[in-house]
Design a protein. Structure first.
Length: 130
């Protein structure tokens, strides 16, 4: 997945158009629906990456690579891509959070975004390896 997902962009546009047509009384339901779609997309992406990682680890183990090298999470490009995707997804999530909860929503949304990235980065530290 690249930083620009046309399907999610279309979903966001459709959600915003629907909100304009229906008014603010359906805003919470529309936001929930959009966030469920984002969550499914993220879950699918994570599942694909985990399957690829497992396959790479099996191949590395079959070749006899060292366990530390086989256990590393992705290349620099994959880690960089993860960071870019999280920032791209941060844009609509920030807008939704601010619209729903103001400054508190902004803080909570960005705490989650930073938390996800910290967990991602920490996978490469020696104390996180098995």
């Amino acid at each position: 997945m690249t930083g620009h997902d046309p399907d999610l962009e279309k979903e966001l546009d459709a959600t915003l158009q629907t909100r304009k047509e229906l008014g603010s009384e359906y805003e919470a339901e529309l936001v929930d629906s959009f966030l469920e779609k984002v969550e499914r997309k993220v879950d699918n992406t994570v599942d694909q990456r985990m399957r690829r990682l497992a396959a790479e680890q099996q191949m590395a183990a079959a070749r006899g690579d060292s366990p530390a090298r086989a256990g590393e999470f992705g290349t620099f490009g994959e880690r960089f891509g993860f960071a870019i995707v999280s920032l791209v997804l941060a844009i609509p999530l920030t807008a939704i959070a601010v619209a729903q909860a103001g400054l508190l929503g902004l803080v909570v949304a960005w705490a989650g975004i930073v938390g996800v990235n910290v967990v991602q980065v920490s996978r490469g530290f020696p104390w996180q390896r098995q």
